[in-house]
Design a protein around this ligand. Structure first.
Ligand code: G3P
Length: 218
């Protein structure tokens, strides 16, 4: 399973990159706003900084909600770094049309805000590189986010779609573990949840014992 970090925070991206396990980055308008970037110039500069830091796809979401606007924005975003920028488009009628438009041009796309298998089918049929089901937000309303990941993974495999299932809206480490079991291609996670995979009391305790032994041999 690939690991993307779900943030626009440069320090966190740098930290995850230095772990040596980072495969890409996803951002969204809320995450960009959190970093205080304002205006097109600053926003594009920020995306460029992320692309320069990471060796993998960087999802940059369009702000427009209409097809024409999405195409204009997507083209501009693509130019920032054609090898890394992945145009993130919402799973709406206009969004699906835009996914189709860009995938026909050979651009990488991420169809976001996916909450059903039907939406995932349309994203794949339009040629999306990634389909992003939001598991945390489904859990929030009493539904089962992980079950949706399993259903989409099965459906893509049954029909032979190449679209990758990118589990998004991951809130904690257990979500990541469940995504591994469900067969997600990618999990995009907050830095804290990735670190949660490392921390284990027996690792800490075991290391203390080994350090004491090593000290006694000096
Ligand atoms: O990848 C999408 C993600 O950023 C949304 O997460 O926690 O706002 O549902 P959340």
């Amino acid at each position: 399973m690939k690991f993307f970090i779900d943030t626009a925070n440069l320090d966190q991206i740098r930290q995850a990159q230095s772990l040596g396990i980072l495969d890409g980055v996803t951002t969204n308008p809320s995450l960009m706003a959190k970093e205080g970037v304002k205006g097109k110039k600053q926003i594009f500069k920020h995306y460029k900084a992320i692309c320069d830091m990471v060796d993998g796809p960087v999802s940059a979401e369009v702000f427009s909600t209409d097809f024409k606007g999405m195409i204009k924005e997507g083209e501009e975003l693509h130019k920032i770094d054609p090898d890394k920028i992945t145009i993130k488009l919402p799973c709406t009628e206009d969004g699906i049309k835009a996914v189709k438009y860009f995938s026909q041009k050979g651009y990488r796309t991420n169809c976001t805000l996916v909450f059903t298998v039907g939406q995932a089918l349309l994203a794949a049929k339009a040629g999306a590189t990634f389909c992003s089901p939001f598991i945390g937000r489904l859990d929030d309303i009493g539904e089962d986010g992980i079950q949706l990941i399993e259903q989409i993974v099965d459906m893509y495999s049954y029909y032979g779609f190449e679209t990758q299932v990118l589990a998004a809206s991951i809130r904690h480490t257990n979500h990541i573990l469940r995504c591994i079991e469900a067969g997600a291609d990618v999990a995009t996670c907050p830095y804290k949840s990735i670190i949660g995979l490392i921390d284990h009391p027996l690792t800490t305790k075991g290391l203390e014992i080994f350090c004491k032994a090593a000290e006694s041999m000096k």
